[in-house]
Design a protein around this ligand. Sequence first.
Ligand SMILES: [Zn+2]
Length: 393
Amino acid sequence: MSQLPLSDRALAFAQALVRMNTISDRSNLELIEFARDHLASLGVKSRLTWNAERTKANLFATLGEGKPAGVIVSGHTDTVPWEGQAWTVDPLSAVVQDGPEGLSLFGRGSADMKSFIAIALANAERILAGNAPFAVHFAFSYEEEIGCFGVRELIADMRDAGVRPLACIVGEPTSMVPAIAHKGVWRYRCCVRGKEAHSSLTPHSVNAIEMAARVVGKVRDMAEAFEREEPRYDGFDVPFSTASVGQFHGGIADNVVPRDAEFRYEFRDLPTADARAMQQQVVDYARGLEPGMQRVAPDAGFRFETICEIPSFLGGRDDPVTRLAQRLAGEAGTTLVAFGTEAGLFKNAGIPTVVCGPGSIQQAHQPDEYVTLAQLARCEAFMHGLADSAEIG
Ligand SMILES: [Zn+2]
């Protein structure tokens, strides 16, 4: 276990952030204002970008104004809920006690991923006073857990402001091992409109469930084809793209041909695959069923809605940002992760990106989520190293 010290301020900030309830469907402004006020006390201005209702905000701040643009330190401020989970501590308590891996901070968001944000904030002064010849940008987003919605606004605003960062570190929990790839997560809802009838009169009806089931079957066929045919990408638990239907609703009675049905499905595509083409295959298949449906009922058919589109992420072992993260974390290797992050969105915006943060994804979203103080100390050492980095790489 690491013997690195953890500053009192870093731990206090991590506890303060965990105690704020920022489940994705709630406001995150308490956390954003905490960050903004702390940075303001150091003379650092924050750019906030808001959701439509102005109940949630992203924060973007540049530490080292006047230096060339440099490294983004990125984290999401929201957490998943804990309803129905068997916690032995209050999820908002931020209690520090012995855990399975030693002394740990417990609470929702402790690993995923408030501690990373807290350690960045707690070391803002250090970064400002550091020798790095480039600026460090803090980028804290809302609504990551439900589809990476907030960060899209943040990236657009950053571009509008003319900030051109050279690298981005997303501090999702990777146990401080730099991660250079993850799959994408693409979720859709398919709504089927048929035509109802007494179930004795089926030729005069369009059965929405049956039509939906054909498209569900198509999704299943695609999943089997990925498993059979897709070139493998070693390093992932499942080394090919996956597809799955998560919800299906339809029907009102045994003797009524259903007019409506709805199902939701997702693709988790390899960085080498094309999720948009996958979705297009599903849409094309459904469109092929429509002429038959519309012969009975002209307004019958399929409607598709996007729930979320989180692109896959593929960095590079030899990217300067990967080498930077390896050096700062004291890790020679890299890893792949199974979960989606904002990394693909930063990468697609032209910013070389790596995922590296304290704590393990094994604890994220779980009851009694925790992060060890040893991991937090490693993260703090990482921030100190960043503050004094002579170069990105
Ligand atoms: Zn996360």
